[in-house]
Design a protein around this ligand. Sequence first.
Ligand code: PRP
Ligand code: URA
Length: 209
Amino acid sequence: MSNVYYMKHPLIRHKITMLRDERTGTNEFRKLVEEVAMLMGYEALADMPTRDAEIKTPIEDTVQPVLDGKKPAVVPILRAGLGMVGGILALVPNAKVGHIGMYRDEDTHKPHPYYCKLPPFIEERLIIVVDPMLATGGSLIDAVNEIKTQGGKKIKCMCIIAAPEGVKAFTEAHPDVQLYVGALDRCLNENAYICPGLGDAGDRIFGTK
Ligand code: PRP
Ligand code: URA
């Protein structure tokens, strides 16, 4: 599982604990999801390529690093992934945004795709797939399948909370994809919810039930 990175930073861990707390309301929950996404993104994007650029400071000419290559694409898995987009855009404001719509069947827990729109030239971009929850792994596996089918090559995934079952399934399906996990939880329950988890991420972000 060398392609899985677990976040150790105390700020990330603290904010995830706040997310888990059932007393955390919608407004604060949204802010925390965005903040955690930004902090995780800072770590996940540490290997972005740079090139030398010639600039002039008020003092002298100099050659300094700037980000290289095509603009990255952030791809949230709807709905809950939407909550993480702002955090990544705070780091990379000129990133493109794609969307993958997917919901889990409540009985089978299998993902059902309903929408996919990715930015053009996807094969040349770094793609950052965001979804707060990695439970069985079905949604993220199918989302990455779709991105690869459309030509995506450089893919990183970010999940705030993951179950061991989801990490195993995902790394078996996509061993070439880097997976960044905010916290690894104990297990799934009989409804395929993560324990202890934070409940239903989409409902908590959007105030639905
Ligand atoms: C949640 C979550 C993931 C998926 C994880 O979405 O945001 O996309 O479940 O479960 P899995 O790993 O077992 O596939 P959900 O299907 O509840 O849809 P929503 O975001 O629209 O609420
Ligand atoms: N989706 C969620 O929102 N929460 C879980 O615990 C599992 C799947």
